[in-house]
Design a protein around this ligand. Structure first.
Ligand code: SAH
Length: 366
């Protein structure tokens, strides 16, 4: 019989299996504690279990572990890590220190199936979803790195690395349950942000999970035509109307304020019309706006960041409408660790390369 990945099971599932093995539920909690708190890499280490049970578990399960295999440091202190997965594909996790905060930016997929035209990850074919343990292990590694490197524990987790978390829904939700569980990593749900390009159906489903995490939406334009050009997923999922409805549902269910991530590009969305549309959209649902600086990516120099004057106009209009707005400075740009720059480019001939998508090899027709 093929061994099962024990770290892909949440506590309920584990308790069920232990029951079937004729073991009490607290045994499952002990094992869970060994796996996630004590980071045991073998069943023989689980010394509060009987020898027989350890042998039995070893027959049924294996314990995988994803590690940071390479780290680069930016001049601003940001750390970019390569995570080499068991099939030797690579994703990236970023650690961002900011005053007293340390934020871990976690990946959810190898590559991405969305074709956002300004994002480097979008050039990579979506190879597969990350498994539950591959997601949680990034947090475990980040936690350790934060303590070692900055002398302080992680304060925030954002699902803003490679991939679209809501298209790896089941695994992301299970991972969040492990990250927040008192028997798991016991990390506060309110300090976790799931960022999405906006998949309305999945936003509603997430609202129903009662996870207490925060939601960020990569909006970038509140006019359908512009948004669909920047993010083809917009047209495919019913446009801004259906996104707005999903966000209203989210707020009704969770009472949690939404963050709109918003890039301002020169000559694309830096005019009054786009500013007005954003104000209108942000007024529909309790939300705040993060204006983000555009980070250049190799292949798309057809986009340029807007000048400071346009950013100021956005800021003034939003403030006037009573909407909280922050300007997010880019971090880790010098090592390609900033938003939209994660593309797992490593010069190691022994590692498989994530293929790029055809459509991005010829960006002229985008
Ligand atoms: N798929 C999810 C998670 C990725 S988050 C999402 O879209 O939200 C990555 C964030 O970086 C998103 O807000 C994305 O829109 C933004 N981004 C992508 N390319 C960028 C670039 N070149 N410069 C700045 N931000 C970028």
């Amino acid at each position: 019989m093929k061994k099962q990945n024990i770290k892909s099971l949440d506590l309920n599932h584990l308790e069920k299996i232990f029951k079937e093995l004729g073991e009490p539920a607290y045994r499952a909690r002990q094992v869970y504690d060994w796996l996630w708190n004590k980071q045991a890499n073998g069943f023989e280490k689980m010394t509060n279990l009987s020898k027989e049970l350890r042998t039995k578990l070893d027959e049924l399960f294996y314990i995988p572990k994803s590690r940071f295999s390479q780290t680069e440091q930016s001049i601003d202190g940001t750390l970019k890590n390569a995570v080499t997965l068991p099939d030797r594909l690579i994703v990236e996790s970023v650690l961002i220190p900011e005053g007293k905060r340390v934020t871990a930016c976690i990946s959810s997929q190898v590559g991405c199936s969305l074709d956002c035209t300004f994002c480097a990850t979008a050039t990579l074919k979506r190879m597969r979803n990350l498994s539950v343990d591959e997601i949680v292990d990034q947090v475990v590694e980040a936690q350790q790195q934060s303590l070692e490197h900055y002398g302080t524990p992680l304060t925030n987790i954002v699902f803003m690395g490679m991939g679209e978390p809501l298209l790896n829904y089941e695994n992301v939700v299970k991972a969040i349950r492990i990250i927040t569980a008192p028997d798991g990593l016991h990390f506060g749900a309110r300090r976790i942000t799931v960022s999405t390009a906006g998949i309305p159906k999945m936003i509603k489903r997430l609202a129903d999970e009662n996870l207490r995490v925060k939601l960020a939406v990569s909006l970038h334009a509140a006019i359908d035509e512009t948004r669909s050009r920047l993010m083809p997923v917009n047209a495919r999922t019913g446009g801004l109307q259906s996104l707005s409805e999903a966000l209203q549902y989210w707020y009704r269910k969770t009472k949690s304020v939404i963050t709109f991530e918003y890039l301002v590009f020169k000559n694309i969305n830096d005019d009054e019309k786009h500013i007005e549309a954003l104000v209108k959209m942000a007024r529909k649902v309790p939300s705040k706006v993060n204006l983000i600086e555009y980070n250049p990516t190799d292949s798309f120099d057809r986009y340029q960041k807007a000048d400071n004057r346009s950013l100021e106009k956005y800021r003034t209009a939003l403030k006037k409408a009573g909407i909280t707005v922050t300007l997010r400075r880019s971090r880790g740009q010098d090592i390609d660790a900033a938003c939209g720059q994660l593309a797992a480019r490593y010069e190691n001939p022994d590692l498989p390369k994530i293929p790029t998508k055809k459509v991005f090899r010829n960006p002229s027709h985008l």
